[in-house]
Ligand binder design. Structure first.
Ligand code: ATP
Ligand code: MG
Ligand code: MG
Ligand code: MG
Length: 439
């Protein structure tokens, strides 16, 4: 992409409404624009990262055997009246009446809708296990929308639902989700710790929240510092392997890690003192097993093969895809701007032309741009006729992992400069070698 043809409305001034760094940088880097409280337009750069995160979530869900689908944002009130949550959900639910006087709502989550789909089509245990998911906009009329996309009213969420014959099978689905979520967050360059949590309005016997540690996080958390040493890495995972998923679940839940809602002083006191950590965290996902809570109220049953009709065991599993942008920036930035982890960066590298209009510099930039593109990479080339200082500022704010700086002085010696955004280290080398380094 050539910056001269892109839409990147970088703000010169620090936006006053932003209280935390991720919100500020997302506005400054021209990623989002607020349209009303907690509701944003996603400008090209923000949208690009959102799509990257969405793709990672899709890939990891499907790797775990979960089936993508798409449910609508608007739901009929009847289904929620059936489950009993229409009244319980309270004022966070945006209620709408259509022209025929029918009560509808903008979905804050989809347990009811998916259970209705399930019961309409599935009657036999033979069709289980089944896990369906979608990534769709949700609306929750939050009392205090704030921190940009971190606590929006309209937000993008992956929510998945498993249907199983027995509690045992449903707990495998739970573990499988835990493992696939760990993989998902690791690919995004995040350390998200599963913590024992509280069911809230979704309910449930088993639930874990995934938290990214950050001072600006809204949750108070308590954990054994040993959990920070755990990595999934690139170990081979068979998501149908019950023992393997259980093993990984056990590995991650062996150490104390709880949110303030379930925090227990007595158990925490057993953690060696030097490992006891109290911190703040951002909730980037949550998994639930809630048994037959919805299948009973909404009458979702299957034939168990022995002549009985039994209620299916269910769980639901959410990832805050749009919130993740904020969480990643909170976890990865410096005072000049964002530092994107490789796995989610909107462009692979920046090319900064120090002297646009200089024939030699222009030609060298074009050549680098074409070589990178031919290798399947996406560079962002700042070809604008701007001061070098402004170009550096923009590149630092946008936070691509690598920058190639091209100027007439270096070119005289046959070199360009390659800079790593994270470390700030720069190296001079011939243009071909710069391309190799980034590829
Ligand atoms: P919170 O405690 O932050 O209000 P929640 O527990 O109500 O979140 P869940 O129902 O567990 O949210 O939804 C799944 C995920 O969706 C959350 O883990 C979070 O990452 C994301 N999410 C929830 N509410 C919002 C919001 N208002 N804006 C952006 N993301 C959200
Ligand atoms: Mg909430
Ligand atoms: Mg929560
Ligand atoms: Mg939650």
């Amino acid at each position: 992409m050539r910056l001269s043809r892109y839409f990147l409305p970088v703000l010169k001034e620090t936006p006053r409404e932003a209280q935390i760094v991720s919100h500020r940088y997302m506005l400054q880097a021209g990623m989002i624009k607020q349209s009303s409280a907690g509701i944003y337009s996603w400008l090209p750069l923000g949208f690009k990262v959102l799509r990257k995160l969405e793709n990672i979530v899709h890939e990891e869900q499907q790797r775990a055997g979960h089936l993508p689908m798409l449910m609508p944002t608007l739901q009929p009130a009847e289904l929620w009246q059936e489950s009993g949550r229409y009244n319980d959900y309270g004022r966070e639910m945006l209620r709408i009446e259509d022209r025929h006087g029918r009560d509808m709502l903008y979905g804050p989550t989809n347990e009811e809708l998916i259970t209705d789909i399930f019961r309409s089509h599935i009657t036999s245990y033979k069709e289980l296990p089944l896990t369906l998911y979608h990534i769709q906009w949700k609306f929750r009329d939050e009392v205090r929308p704030r921190f940009g996309v971190m606590r929006g009213r309209e937000f993008f969420m992956k929510d998945g639902y498993n249907f199983d014959l027995s509690k045992e099978d449903a707990l495998h689905a739970y573990n499988r989700h835990l493992v696939s979520y760990l993989r998902t967050y690791e690919r995004m360059g995040l350390k998200a710790i599963p913590m024992q949590a509280d069911g809230g309005p979704i309910g449930g016997d088993y639930t874990h929240e995934f938290l990214v540690l950050a001072e600006t996080g809204e949750s108070e958390v308590f954990y054994d510092s040993k959990v920070l040493d755990l990595h999934l890495g690139d170990r081979e995972i068979d998501f149908d392997d019950v023992a393997q998923c259980q093993g990984i679940f056990d590995e991650w839940t062996a150490h104390y890690a709880r949110t303030d809602e379930t925090h227990d002083d007595a158990i925490y006191a057993e953690v060696p003192e030097e490992r006891r950590q109290k911190a703040r965290g951002i909730e980037v996902g949550q998994i639930f097993y809630f048994g037959t809570k919805y299948s009973q109220t909404m009458n979702a049953t299957v034939d168990d093969g022995k002549g009985n009709k039994v209620n299916v065991h269910m769980g639901s599993h959410g990832i805050g895809v749009s919130r993740l942008l904020g969480a990643i920036i909170e976890a990865s930035h410096d005072d000049k701007g964002i530092i994107w982890p490789e796995g989610v960066t909107p462009f692979h590298c920046g090319i900064l032309n120090m002297k646009s209009g200089d024939a030699e510099a222009d030609a060298a930039c074009e050549a680098i741009y074409n070589s990178l593109t031919a290798l399947g990479l996406e560079p962002l080339y700042d070809d604008r006729d701007e001061r070098a200082g402004a170009k550096f500022g923009t590149m630092d704010m946008v936070g691509l992992p690598w920058r190639i700086t091209v100027g007439p002085r270096g070119l005289k010696n046959g070199v360009v400069e390659v800079t790593c955004r994270r470390t700030g280290d720069s190296e001079e080398m011939p243009p071909e070698q710069a391309v190799e380094k980034i590829a």
